[in-house]
Design a protein around this ligand. Structure first.
Ligand code: ATP
Length: 424
């Protein structure tokens, strides 16, 4: 028979990682049951507030003899109870087991957990309806992610290889020879992506927290992902590693919506007109976008760095397609920009001094009149409108890799433009 296992909410900023637990369990359970595929790392709604980092949950499926099912369940529950960071108040693990086929109803629940906010009660109700068994530790909020990870229709996917550290190194700086990452990336890009940021010259595969992850290597081709792992020179021991199949970098979270339909925690693509000039607050850049159904504040936050320069070039009246997550910022519903595409740009007009009508020389302002620098001709100070080129191209602009959401598809990958261009 088939058994599907979902685990979530085992970590805290003080340590642990659900993928680490998942990798240990996958290895342990593969001794007594047949894995149907790689374990799955499913990222859910990136805008919900309870997440530790990237709102990831783990699921795995096995073909197993009925007699070993109790052993499988005991092993999972034992590992979670021993390794989850139960001390932390925001860690509320949940484990779900589902036997047999994955019902359609569960797929719908998964898609809801990806795009909206769902409650623990809803998860419990769905689990009962589909005949899934769930175990809650403390509040047990993790059953939301666990159930959603099991039911997730992973039609588009990428890979992530996660390498883990020896426990004695947890909490210390990660030791990796940086140059080897740049070299490995050069060999495999774009089949493996986001290993480095070539502009900032920084390595991206190593996280910075106290968790057990040494490095995460992503890609659309699992062979190349493994190649990167082999070529990177780690200067500390790798405890073990696991390749995951994942919905990261698929843009699965983006749903086309009208501005008036946007709700807190949505991830959406909208088309609208820039409603006024941009403004800045604390290095964040904001503007308002409207369509026939409503208006929303849009933000390019400080960590998006140079991306903000493109946002600053937008003018009132420009028509754009914008993708991002809806969050509350300073009490106002705000679309946190991930990508945008200028559809139609208004002409940019600047008022300049005319050339001298007599000799063609340059005019100089002298109070309320203009005077030619060459021939001295004087005339009233009347400026002329001049159309200047808009230096925004007809292309999609995206935030830099270290500010990108796990689910967001980089433009370098095939299909990175799809969700935006659907609204053209
Ligand atoms: P990591 O990325 O290291 O695994 P995390 O960012 O995944 O950490 P969690 O500790 O898993 O953070 O916390 C996310 C919590 O939010 C989980 O309890 C999960 O069940 C819950 N959750 C996931 N999706 C939704 C949703 N759509 N609505 C409400 N709660 C959700």
């Amino acid at each position: 028979m088939f058994i599907h296992i979902g685990i979530d909410d085992t970590d805290s900023p003080n340590g642990m990682c659900t993928t680490y637990l998942g990798a240990l369990l996958y290895r342990e359970l593969s001794r007594i049951a047949e894995p149907l595929d790689l374990p799955r790392l499913i990222r859910l709604n990136p805008n919900i507030p309870y997440k530790t980092r990237g709102n990831g949950a783990v699921a795995m499926s096995f073909g197993a003899d009925e007699t070993v099912i109790p052993q499988i369940k005991d092993t999972v529950l034992f590992y979670v109870s021993q390794l989850a960071d139960l001390e932390h108040e925001n860690t509320n693990p949940g484990v779900v087991f589902l036997e047999g086929k994955i019902p359609n109803e569960l797929r719908e629940f998964s898609l809801k957990a990806l795009g909206e906010h769902v409650t623990i009660r809803e998860a419990e109700r769905t689990a009962r309806e589909v005949g899934a068994e769930y175990f809650k530790f403390k509040l047990g909020r993790g059953i939301i992610g666990s159930l959603a990870a099991i039911g997730y229709p992973l039609e588009r996917f990428t890979y992530e290889l996660l390498a883990y550290r020896e426990p004695e190194n947890w909490g210390t700086p990660r030791r990796v020879k940086e140059e080897s990452v740049f070299l490995a990336d050069k060999w495999t890009y774009p089949f493996s992506h986001d290993n480095v940021d070539p502009h900032k010259r920084i390595v991206l595969i190593t996280p910075h927290g106290k968790d057990p992850v040494l490095a995460g290597i992503r890609g659309i081709d699992h062979g190349r992902v493994l190649q990167v792992f082999e070529r990177v020179e780690f200067e500390e021991p790798v405890a073990f590693y696991q390749l995951y199949k994942t919905n990261q970098n698929t843009d699965d979270h983006l749903t086309p919506k009208k501005i008036g339909e946007l709700r807190l925690y949505d991830s959406a693509v909208v088309r609208g007109k820039v409603a006024g000039p941009y403004w800045e607050h604390g290095r964040h850049v904001f503007f308002e976008l409207e369509d026939e159904t409503g208006r929303i504040r849009v933000a390019a936050f400080e960590p998006t760095k140079k991306f903000r320069n493109y946002v600053r070039k937008l003018l009132p009246g420009d028509e754009i397609i914008a993708a991002g997550g809806v969050k509350e910022h300073g009490g106002v519903l705000t679309l946190n920009l991930e990508k945008f595409y200028p559809v139609k740009l208004v002409p940019k007009v600047e008022y300049r001094k005319p050339k001298c009508p007599k000799c063609g020389g340059t005019m100089k302002s002298k109070g309320d009149y203009l005077k030619c620098k060459r021939c001295g001709y004087k005339m009233p100070r009347e400026l002329v409108p001049v159309k200047v080129p808009r230096d925004l191209e007809k292309k999609i602009y995206e935030v830099p890799p270290d500010a990108r959401k796990h689910l967001s598809r980089p433009l370098v990958l095939p299909g990175g433009e799809e969700k935006i261009l659907e609204l053209l």
